[in-house]
Design a protein around this ligand. Structure first.
Ligand SMILES: [Zn+2]
Length: 313
């Protein structure tokens, strides 16, 4: 079995029965080549200096996070990030996506440097997290590029995905922490937007989302006021992040003799997210709450199901 080495692309590993280690090395080498020579896209916009800065900071902070966990980060240069118009990129919930085949990140252009920063951090985390692709069995000649993405795992037939909710919870949890760090350490870069966001938030007070739920003010990272209403962006996957917090605090309650703080428990999830070693998490969860519990978390499809399973633990 070819051990996963340092990433030369978004992929650490290939799951392909019948491939020799040499074959796998060739494929990983080709992907590294794609990563190092990303294509120019039709409709790709020339980046503004502000966009270049936001991308550079997103790469810097995400690599810092990985290094702080004792792991080697993949550095993502600006040439792998493609800025596109809203029309070109199409309807994306998040304003960005990672494209494994061409080894690029696609971003929807925003007037806001903070929005560009946050979107880039989120997508870069996906690209820097543990990645594996797989050949699909028999009668399909297809390739599945999302066999592993962070903690998310696909079944061998490529049809089912596990731990998707937990994976996005962690991605956005880290995105939020990274944003707050950059906004603090490099506030001169975004000073105007940060100041006007704070002012807008103060003016408006309480904010509720489309579902009528309160949005915590420090979840809003960019805001403007238009005729008294707050228009802005807040961190996504809020429910998933809350459930992740609950999961961590429940684990910590059981494992106080092993870990010093909830942050130490959280770190185990981050290490698995970047290194691909989910087994440590499975042992930790199943050891505390019974065999099969980790799998149950993995099987949840919606945020509500994710919440129910963790609530009942
Ligand atoms: Zn995501």
């Amino acid at each position: 079995m070819l051990e996963s080495g340092p990433k030369g692309s978004s992929f650490n590993k290939i799951i392909a029965p019948g491939f020799s280690d040499d074959d796998k090395r060739v494929v990983l080498g080709d992907l590294k080549e794609s990563f190092e020579n990303p294509p120019k896209l039709e409709g790709e916009l020339e980046k503004t200096p502000d966009e270049e800065k936001a991308i550079e900071l997103a790469n810097w902070i995400t690599s810092q996070i990985i290094r702080s966990l004792g792991l080697d980060p993949l550095e993502i240069p600006s040439q792998n990030v493609k800025v596109l118009s809203t029309v070109e990129i199409g309807d994306r919930d998040y304003g960005g996506e990672m494209e494994p085949l061409r080894q690029i990140l696609k971003l929807e252009r925003s007037d806001s440097g903070l929005v560009t920063l946050v979107r880039t951090i989120h997508e870069m985390l996906h690209m820097k997290s543990f990645g594996a692709f797989q050949t699909l069995p028999d009668n399909s000649s297809g390739l599945d590029f999302n066999a592993r993405s962070g903690l998310a795992i696909k079944s061998r037939d490529g049809f089912q995905q596990f731990f998707w909710r937990l994976n996005e919870a962690i991605t956005e949890y880290l995105t939020r922490a990274a944003y707050h760090f950059v906004a603090q350490e490099r506030k001169e870069v975004f000073s105007q937007e940060l100041a006007s966001t704070e002012e807008s938030k103060r003016d408006v007070g309480k904010v509720v989302d489309d579902n009528g739920e309160d949005v915590p003010t420090d979840d809003i990272y960019f805001a403007t006021t238009e005729s008294g209403d707050l228009d802005g962006k807040s961190f996504v996957y809020r429910k998933e992040r809350q459930v992740f917090d609950l999961l961590v605090s429940k684990l910590y309650e059981r494992l106080k003799s092993v870990f010093e703080s909830e942050d130490d428990v959280r770190e185990q999830f981050y290490i698995a997210y970047f290194s691909g070693n989910n087994r440590v998490l499975a042992q930790m969860v199943d050891g505390s709450f019974g065999k099969g519990t980790f799998r149950k978390i993995g099987e949840t499809r919606t945020a509500k199901e994710f919440e129910r399973v963790v609530d009942l633990m």
